[in-house]
Design a protein around this ligand. Structure first.
Ligand code: ASP
Ligand code: MG
Length: 413
């Protein structure tokens, strides 16, 4: 007997018919002798609809009230799911996040799970029932309801898997698994059979949208075996597991891109201690998250505009923060007397990810050669142990993804 968490996303519970389908799937797993805990998202579109209602009444709804509203999406789906199970003669009980013992901090709208007390869930499992839990929500120390941020049901599922010592956490969605790249961009994109947490984290944070990042972090920290698979197919999906020796044989696991970034450059910045801190402090005070940062020192034997030592300082921020960041940087630029502040939000970040990069030579070279062959100019480069990202002109993003996918032969298993 195994203990299984099954999480179904919004598209898998979009209609009552689909709810009945996935209820049957959970019942089958139980009839095979397993203990089954189901975690659900809201029916597809419901969270967006609720957000729209809120914003039609107030431009920035109070987070506590917004959470009271948003949790109702998952309240609907779990109640209907329980009814569907009961109509099929199955013993089941539904739980809201707080009833399932999901305790969070006070950060409404992006709460973190602090603790899970799954006593009631365990009792129901022992009675031979399926337990169905509303994803994306919890309760804080003031007994106020909280939500975990968009896509947070994945986190609920993995957190429950940890608390219940589940054998596996199955994430059911409307795709067959994690792909080498977005199949809408490259027809040769291939489903990945097995990926390690670190690669999945990089892919998720670089733009691949299948799994919510925090849930993968939790999986990594507690070694939860995660299986991402299609809700309406029996095919095996993608396993997210600890790295094994086989995984290093492939230099690149996947290619991804994001177009939601903007680049800002401060040119001819005085080259002296404290300047970088000064540049970024205003931005962090404004709550803006900086991604790539690149600084380059220049020295000239003859003074240019009176100076011989300067740096060029570039960084990227989310595109939505571009205007605000430019404003802040023009101010800072005047104060610390930089040459010019320039910005560009017509950019994309294209990245390749793979643990095998650590022991394969020439991965960066092949990436840059591939861009060169397509005539794509690279304006920024950043790397980590298992990732290389390039900032390029937005219009080339998909071309770059396709060419890199071909160059690294990702269509081959
Ligand atoms: N319903 C929430 C959302 O749309 C949580 C989830 O689906 O995971 O973000
Ligand atoms: Mg999701």
């Amino acid at each position: 007997m195994a203990r299984i968490i099954q999480k179904y996303g919004g598209s898998s519970v979009a209609t009552v018919e689909l709810i009945k389908e996935v209820a049957k799937r959970a019942i089958t797993a139980k009839n095979e002798g397993n203990e089954v805990v189901v975690v659900l998202s809201a029916m597809k579109g419901d969270t967006d609809r609720l957000l729209k209602l809120a914003h039609s009444l107030h431009p920035s709804p109070e987070p506590r009230e917004l959470d009271n509203l948003l949790i109702t999406g998952e309240v609907i789906s779990v109640s209907l799911f329980a009814m569907a199970c009961q109509s099929l003669g199955e013993k089941v009980k539904s739980f809201l996040g707080f009833q399932a013992g999901i305790k969070t901090d006070d950060a409404h709208g992006r709460a973190r799970i602090l603790e899970v007390e799954p006593a009631r869930i365990k009792t129901e499992l022992a009675k031979g029932r399926i337990a169905v839990v509303a994803g994306f929500q919890g309760i804080n120390r003031f007994n106020d309801l909280t939500t975990l941020g968009r896509g947070g049901s994945d986190t609920t599922a993995v957190a429950l898997a940890v608390a219940l010592g589940a054998d596996i956490c199955e994430i059911y969605t409307d795709v067959d698994g994690i792909y080498t790249t977005d199949p809408h961009i490259h027809k040769n994109a291939r489903k990945i059979d097995k990926i390690c947490y670190e690669e999945m984290l990089e892919l998720a944070s670089l733009g691949a949208k299948v799994m919510e990042i925090r849930s993968v972090e939790l999986g990594l920290n507690y070694g939860v075996k995660i299986h991402v698979r299609h809700a309406h197919s029996q095919a095996t999906g993608t396993l997210i597991v600890e790295e094994d020796s086989d995984m290093e044989k492939t230099p690149v696991r996947g290619v991804t891109h994001s177009v939601n970034e903007a680049r800002i450059t401060l040119q001819r910045v005085p080259d002296k201690p404290g300047v970088a801190a000064r540049i970024l402090s205003l931005i962090s005070k404004a709550g803006i998250v900086v991604d790539m940062i690149i600084q380059n020192q220049s020295v000239s034997s003859e003074p240019i505009d009176g100076i011989t030592h300067w740096t060029d300082f570039s960084f990227t921020v989310p595109a939505t923060d571009f205007a605000k960041t430019m404003e802040l940087m023009k101010e800072t630029g005047r104060e610390i007397e930089v040459g010019q502040v320039v910005g560009d939000d017509n950019i994309a970040k294209v990245s390749i990810v793979g643990v095998g990069m650590r022991n394969h030579a020439g991965v960066a070279t092949l990436m840059f050669q591939t861009m060169a062959r397509e005539g794509i100019n690279i304006s920024m480069i950043s790397t980590s142990e298992i990732k290389i990202s390039c900032i390029i002109e937005k219009k080339y993003a998909e071309l770059a993804v396709r060419s890199l996918h071909d160059a690294f032969e990702l269509e081959k298993a």
